[in-house]
Write a new protein. Sequence first.
Length: 273
Amino acid sequence: MSLPKPEDQFLTLDNGLTLQYTAMGEGHPVIFLQGSGPGASGWINFRHNAQYFVDQGFQVIIPDLPGFGYSDKPELDYTLDFFVETVIGFADKLHLDKFALVGNSLGGAVSLGLALAHPERTSHLLMMAPGGLEDKPVYFQMEGIQAMTGVPLNSPEFTPAYLKSVLKLIVHDPKHITDELIEERFKVLETQTPSVFTRMAIPNLTDQLHKIKTPILGFWGAQDRFCPISGAQTMVEHCDNAQFITLSQCGHWVMIEYPELFNEACVEFLKKN
């Protein structure tokens, strides 16, 4: 179920970085971390999921990662450690000792990195095609990544029409790429710095996955053009407590293309584990 965006909230971390976020409901906290991409934001990624989690008794917290949405967009190296420590600093400011993480793509990689660096803080990991499972050249062979990086973010060629062509590669069914979505994301895109893409550095975490003991539920679309579906097998082979649902006729946005399945499976997993 989608709903109008609640009022924006802003929080400044000890390092001076300000993050925009949305908070709803009460109960065990679930932090939603969005994927990368031009014009990406937390609410745009998860607005079809937030209310269901709230209705099922969870506190939903959806920040915009730095470099995205309406959070600060500093000129620096966007490393995995930078994202992980940003999320931990954010959770500390909200006095969240332990929480579940929902992560899509980049957000999935950040969730994995956080579970490795701060295992005592993570209760559950809910993954949708997480990054951080391949070396960089493998990702740059993917059609979606090539399209996303093929035109510089600040180039006059990166028009709303070009953005639409990129986003159509994210889904299996183009009905999800509406004019409203393009308008929303292009407003964010115009505020982004190219360094969030050109200076992003997410390592291949495969060799460390065996250290993660947090229970994991994941999803992957068979038509994913951004992160190869072989990552699902990598996760279940290397993690002690992981299960993945793979879907036909689905791209990189499981939570948008199949929100009912995603919402119900995630909440059941949270309640049982």
